[in-house]
Design a protein around this ligand. Sequence first.
Ligand code: CO8
Length: 245
Amino acid sequence: MSGFETVIYEKSDAIAFVTLNRPQSLNAFSVRMRDELFEILSAIKADDEVRVVVFKGAGERAFCAGADLKEFLTAPSAIKARRIRAVRDLWRLFLGMPQPLIAALHGYVLGSGMEIALFCDLRIGSPDVVFGLPEVGLGILPGAGGTQTLPRILGLSGAMDMLMTGRRMDAEEALAKGVLNEIVSFGELYPRAKSVAGRITACDPVVIRYAKQAVIKGLDMSLDQGLELEWRLARLARSGPAAGE
Ligand code: CO8
């Protein structure tokens, strides 16, 4: 896959690397980036060779500084936006990705940039990471899953605080509160993400997919239903390859 303008896609040793690539605007999330990410993630989802995906941002200053505020001024009507979301729902696509997703984060991780990171299963950050959801200050709601994903990761009180005040969170706090799995130096960020990805690809891909499925789907179930799901997936994993799960 090639020919993208705002995202770089690379694949090596069963690992897909997806780089947000608009460093001149701190990798701001544009309509074109949304469409390119949708195309790339759809292809990755259907590609059994890809066993883990690493997301990162180009340049030294940001993973992603949120939605492109210059484009925002020319946003389409609510009706058009709803129609686009019906056929190209990037956020549900993120949620339904069968492979583990790793975010390698540095610098600004704001708005939809933070929401992309929250859809990932593991988040590794450099010490300069700054998280924030500034949407309410702009008069809008986080629309890329943040109101749902953040409380599941950070807990209710912390999520309310960030969502309602737009307060930023640095790397140390994010690590202490479980938003980051670990902090490594900027120079170590991609090697570390690659090495974590390598540990995942060393495991049975079917088991990894089922483990992710059990956790993500189980979160929305009662404990009893979750245990049933875990039992069913464990049996399926023992009996062979993923059968349309
Ligand atoms: N959109 C477009 N361009 C941006 C963005 C952005 N979100 N962020 C930074 N840039 C550009 C700047 O305009 C600047 O460009 P230029 O050099 O051409 O002037 C360049 O990136 C560097 O930025 P700064 O000079 O501002 O760098 P600073 O170090 O002074 O500040 C900040 C860095 C604090 C990150 C600052 O740039 C900033 O506050 N950016 C905006 C952050 C923000 O509010 N993002 C939006 C969050 S809301 C969201 O993501 C969900 C919205 C959903 C709406 C969906 C609509 C379709």
